[in-house]
Design a protein around this ligand. Structure first.
Ligand code: HEC
Length: 148
């Protein structure tokens, strides 16, 4: 075998393999681009969801929290915080968010603290809309449990 393995064969494997996997990844990328619109409910992206995402970024919530597994692990995952506290009821969740954001930082010794962001009622509502929209993205049920 070693005797008839020529440079030409090695080159063909190199270029052929390179081309094969290049095309393979192009195919996977294409598939992802086709799949995403079916999963992210982009038709439900309202102006307040957009505003909420901007507030989420401007206030660096991801600096402490994770969202669909991405972000920091200092504070709870928030992609499913709507399921945790809203249980399918948007009004109940929005009320929870208003009081949660207003209460921070909690005066509890030895507990990790969340800062006070001094956001308006409208801003907290927008953040709630963003988190409700996020919770409905089909991310293969990540995180695996409600508390995660
Ligand atoms: C400096 C870190 C930090 C930042 C930045 C931060 N949080 Fe938090 N957050 C926390 C901590 C810590 C907790 C858990 C506090 C507790 O349980 O007492 C928490 C809890 C929460 C909860 C309740 C989650 C649950 O399951 O109990 C929500 C909702 C929340 N944060 C929203 C936000 C939003 C929205 C932002 C951005 C505007 C934000 N947080 C930015 C640290 C942070």
């Amino acid at each position: 075998m070693a005797d008839n393995f020529t440079k030409g064969m090695a080159r063909n494997i190199y270029y052929g393999g390179g081309l094969f996997f290049f095309l393979f990844f192009v195919g996977l990328t294409f598939d992802t681009m086709l799949e995403l619109p079916k999963r992210d409910n982009r038709d439900q992206i309202t102006d307040t969801v957009v505003h909420g995402k901007k507030l989420w970024e401007d206030n660096n919530c991801i600096g402490c929290h994770s969202l669909m597994g991405e972000g920091a692990y200092f504070a709870p995952e928030l992609a499913n915080v709507y399921d945790r506290y809203g249980a399918g009821n948007e009004q109940a969740f929005k009320q929870f968010m208003q009081s949660w954001m207003a209460m921070q930082p909690l005066p509890a010794e030895g507990r990790r603290k969340m800062p006070q962001f001094n956001l308006s009622t409208e801003e907290v509502d927008a953040l709630s809309d963003f988190l409700i929209w996020t919770s409905r993205i089909n991310d293969n049920d990540w995180p695996p449990n409600k508390q995660g």
